[in-house]
Every structure is written in C-alpha cells, then in structure tokens.
Design a protein. Structure first.
Length: 432
C-alpha cells in the first residue's frame, strides 16, 4: 500500500512539496500516530506545533462534527455567525496586556503575519518592517521576505518585498556580537538604535516583528532582559511591536502566550498552529485602536474565521480551561528539561539545551569548543528515531537542532518511550 501511494505521489504532487518521512497516517490519538500498515509512532513533532491538545481530542472532534452538521461556510463578511464572535472575544481576553483588543480571524500563520504588517503600516503611516536573523514567518512573498533562512525557503524565489530589514537576534549560544551573557548587557537589543542610524530611520519604521522564541530558527531563546528592552526602544520611537506567537502560543511554553514570561504586551499578536487543533485558522489580535484604524473592507477574506474551525478553537480553549492543560505543560517542561540535561551530560554531541517550559530543543555540535554544527548527525538521528517509532523534527539555520513539540497531553509512559528511543539514537551516533 505504501509503495502504491509513493508511486501516485510521484505522479501527482510536485517534488518541491516534500515530506520528512514516508509514514502515511491512518489515524492518530493523543501523542500516538498509526500508519497505514499498523505501525505505531510516538509523536514528538505534533504536526509542527499544531497538536498541543493532542490528536483527535474527543471535545474537538465533537465540536467539528456538530458544526459541520449545521453549516460549514457562509463567509463572515456576508453572513456572520456566533462561533467567530465568541472566539474573537475569548482571544482578546487571553492575549497578554490590559489594553482593549480586537481580533481578526483568518486562515494560516502566514496570512496572520501578512495582515499584521498591513495593519501596522496602515495605523502608523510608515512602511519599514524590522525582522530578525534566524526568523521564520511564512512562505508567501512578504512572509518569505521576513523569513531569514535562505534554503529551502527563499532560494530562487526573489525578488522579495521591499522595505523589510533584518537585524541580529539574541542567540546567546552563538552570539552575533561575540559577547557573553550577562556581561553583554543585551547588546543585541541595543543594536536596534544603531540600526536606525545606519539602515532605516526610526521615523519610517512601522513595526518590529519577532518570535518570542524563534521556532524554525532553532528554538533560540533570549535572556529575560531582551524583550523588555526591545519593546522600550520601540515605544520610544513610536514603532509598533508585533509578536509572532504562531508557534510559541497556545500553551507551548507553559503559559498561554510566551510574552507572559516577560510581562510584555505586544501591539499586535499573531496566533495560529495549535489554535484549532489542526483545523485551518489563525488570528491577529491587537490593541483596539490599532485594529480599528483600518477602513471598512480593508481586511478580511473569504474563508477567514471558518465556522467549523472556530468551533474547533473554542473546544481547544475549553480543554485548556477544564483539563488544566497549562499546569500539565509546566510539569511536562520540568520533566523534559531534567531528562534533556541528563542526555547532554551523557552525550558530548549535545552542545546546548534551551527553551522555556515544554518548548525545548537540543543543538547538536561536532565539538563543544568550536560549536561546529552537526547537521548531518541531526539528520541521521531523526532518521534512526523514526525507524524505531519516534517522530522528531530537526530545525535551525544550520539544520543541527532537534526540537521537541510533543502534544501537551502526552502520557508519562509515552514520554518515557520516546525519550528512551532518543537516548538510543544518540548512543548509536556515538558508536559510529
């Protein structure tokens, strides 16, 4: 059956649209996936941070079925409906900060970022957007421009969107300024002021957009002083701060949104991925005066805030509230960090363990002194773990980071099985 699907795929799907495995899924539940041949896998990938509440959660399934039986689409811009309004209200209450907020419901993470930039430019009357090295914001023209990594995301797809600039991020393990924390005094944040003198004036800059923890870039986690300082520089210059919480949001770091760890309120926040447990849905949630600045009809979309997706998202929020999922996430983070640090002590290839809560990653290096990226070994580790029944994802600018994105509902037994396979994978690398 698998061979037949591979042959059909080769005929009908472009080769640029790749998959990391040849596992064709038949069903999934919680943190387990079963392929068409009956093999079981422990899922440490979560559909790239989409399945925080787990695969096929009964409440999500019931909500989708109930709404699909009523109606699946009317277009909110033509005939609005209650699930979208209710979800928008809940998101406005959940996104950090005391300001009054409004929420635009759309389809994908990239579309959320596109709209956040549109709104920031409209509200500020400025055009410049500052993004970061190692950032990932999507694959459309604008979001691909905001994205840092060239291959495979940008190579051959230029020219790119104008008025987008890039500065270094707080990558302490590989400090772009050659400094060490805390003696650096967050030079990476202070560099924004230098940027205004050498690249684009503050007066023409509409927004700075940042992931609280860089996802595809390698789970790069800034020190606690970084975002408060960056936000202050933005405020001093009348620049909007956009938080891309697409991967970090919805409990991934042990709080509903990662900026809560630094007590920061963004002007605009993008949400997607685990918002609707796999149904296509995203949002821009921002300060109401900013969101309301756009003229009627200036933002929207045919499928935005689809009613079935909105019902799935409302079920997700109910799960967080009634099943204490944030508390589970925090405990998972503590357990996971202890186990990963134990692996680091045993395996020399692990140069860095980083992240917050259960959003953790391992950076693999050939040598801890030189920090030479071990991309080939990361790839081999992912492959060997997959063969033993564990789904893993590599990431990072150099492809040498193993990121862990298991559903937050993973059981202790599933977690132990997955970590045992991971340990075996590292031991196999050492033996080669």
């Amino acid at each position: 059956m698998r061979a037949e699907l591979l042959e059909k795929r080769g005929r009908s799907i472009p080769k640029g649209h790749v998959s990391g495995t040849d596992c064709y899924v038949a069903r999934a539940e919680g943190a387990r996936v079963y392929d068409i041949e009956g093999k079981e896998y422990i899922d440490f990938a979560g559909g790239i941070a989409v399945m925080n509440v787990g695969h096929s959660h009964p409440k999500v399934v019931a909500a989708i079925q109930d709404q699909a039986a009523k109606f699946t689409h009317t277009c909110f811009m033509v005939l609005p409906y209650e699930p979208a309004v209710e979800l928008a209200e809940k998101l406005c209450a959940l996104v950090p900060g005391s300001s009054k907020k409004a929420a635009l419901l759309i389809n994908s993470g990239a579309e959320a970022v596109e709209n956040a930039v549109k709104i920031a430019r409209y509200a500020s009357g400025r055009t410049g957007i500052v993004a970061f090295e190692n950032a990932f914001h999507g694959r459309t023209l604008l979001t691909m421009t905001l994205t840092s990594k060239v291959k495979p995301y940008k190579f051959g797809f230029g020219p790119f969107a104008p008025e987008v600039y890039r500065i270094p991020f707080a990558y302490c393990y590989r400090c772009p300024f050659g400094l060490s924390y805390p003696g650096c005094e967050t030079a990476c944040a202070e560099y924004l002021n230098h940027f205004f003198a050498t690249h684009a004036a503050a007066e023409t800059t509409a927004a700075v957009i940042a992931e609280p923890i860089q996802g595809e870039g390698g789970f790069i986690t800034p020190p606690p002083e970084y975002f408060p300082r960056l936000k202050k520089i933005c405020e001093d210059n009348g620049i909007l701060f956009v938080a891309d919480e697409i991967q970090t949001g919805m409990g991934r770091t042990g709080k509903m949104f990662a900026l809560e760890h630094w007590n920061i309120e963004a002007d605009l926040t993008t949400v997607a991925k685990s918002l609707a447990a796999g149904m296509p849905l995203s949002a821009v949630v921002g300060k109401k005066e900013i969101m309301d600045s756009v003229h009627p009809g200036g933002i929207g979309g045919t499928y935005g805030g689809n009613p079935v997706s909105c019902r799935a998202a409302l079920a997700v929020l109910d799960i967080f509230e009634t099943e204490n999922l944030l508390e589970q996430a925090q405990q998972l983070g503590k357990t996971l960090r202890a186990r990963l640090e134990a692996l680091q002590a045993e395996h020399e290839i692990i140069g860095d363990v980083r992240g917050i809560g259960p959003m953790l990653a391992l950076e693999l290096v050939e040598d801890r002194e030189t920090k030479a990226p071990a991309a080939d070994k990361a790839k081999a580790l992912v492959k060997s773990c997959y063969e033993k029944g564990l789904i893993l994802l590599a990431c990072g600018t150099f492809g040498n980071v193993i990121r862990l994105l298991m559903p937050l509902v993973i059981t202790d037994e599933e977690l132990e099985r997955g970590l045992a396979i991971l340990d075996e994978g590292f031991s196999a690398l050492k033996a080669k």
